[in-house]
Write a protein of this length. Structure first.
Length: 243
């Protein structure tokens, strides 16, 4: 992975405090899970429970791969009945300049050109109950049992069969039929979790004779055929991209 370094200019005159005591007891970050599709992941509270007087909160989310770094700065504060959880990379000071009473620190953050899935656990004290509203880095985040984003299920009924099914995770499932002008079959495929198990795509001449046919197996091109207008086979190869 190619590393992208953002150089920041931060001026520190002194350290200020908002007077609020941290509610954080301990913090457990996770490794970057690059195997998950980040577009499917739901930012959520994945688990929340009390053990004795300690509240355990696990949050799952998508963030830059650089947050796998050991230089993480977590935080937790209860403000106005809302629990604010936070995390950020600790800037690395690369140079400092003193100008009068000001200290100018040049810092850098090491971020990467990828995103991935994380799950962090916060151990907290002095939280009244586990239904307290939670914000993660200032964004609302709620408990949800589903790790992945969900959508309304969609399907069509064709000659008594269920076709063109999109499940609650947005995946195409089962038999899919696509037509041109409700008559010419353009595509007939069988899907599992958005992958083509098998299928055939068609192209036509203006007289509706088959011009080309592409077969699928296990999400890969299997056979490609072309025909003249009389229906005679003229080309056959494993893929339309083969020479």
């Amino acid at each position: 992975m190619k590393k992208i370094v953002f150089t920041l200019l931060i001026i520190f005159i002194g350290i200020s405090s908002n007077g609020q005591e941290s509610n954080l007891i301990d913090f457990y970050p996770s490794f970057c899970d690059e195997n998950e599709d980040v577009l499917r992941i739901r930012d959520r509270v994945s688990d929340i429970f009390f053990r004795n007087d300690t509240l355990f909160v696990s949050v799952g989310f998508v963030a830059n791969c650089g947050f796998e770094s050991e230089h993480l700065n977590p935080g937790a504060q209860l403000l106005n009945d809302t629990l604010y959880l936070s995390f950020d990379l600790e800037p690395l000071i690369t140079n400092s300049i003193i100008e009068g009473e000001k200290i100018i620190n040049f810092t850098s953050l090491n971020l990467l050109d990828c995103d991935c899935c994380f799950e962090f656990m916060y151990l907290l004290k002095n939280i009244p109950h586990d239904s307290t509203p939670i914000k993660l880095n200032s964004k609302n985040i709620c408990y949800h049992k589903e790790k992945y984003k969900t959508y309304p299920i969609q399907f069509e009924i064709h000659k008594g069969d269920t076709i063109n099914l999109i499940d609650k995770y947005g995946f195409r499932q089962g038999k899919w039929l696509l037509y041109k002008d409700s008559e010419l079959l353009l595509s007939e495929r069988i899907y599992k979790n958005d992958s083509i198990l098998l299928g055939t795509d068609f192209r036509y001449y203006e007289n509706n004779a088959i011009k080309a046919k592409l077969e699928w197996l296990n999400n890969e091109h299997q056979n490609y055929s072309e025909y003249d207008e009389s229906g005679k086979l003229t080309i056959r190869k494993s893929s339309p991209f083969d020479k």
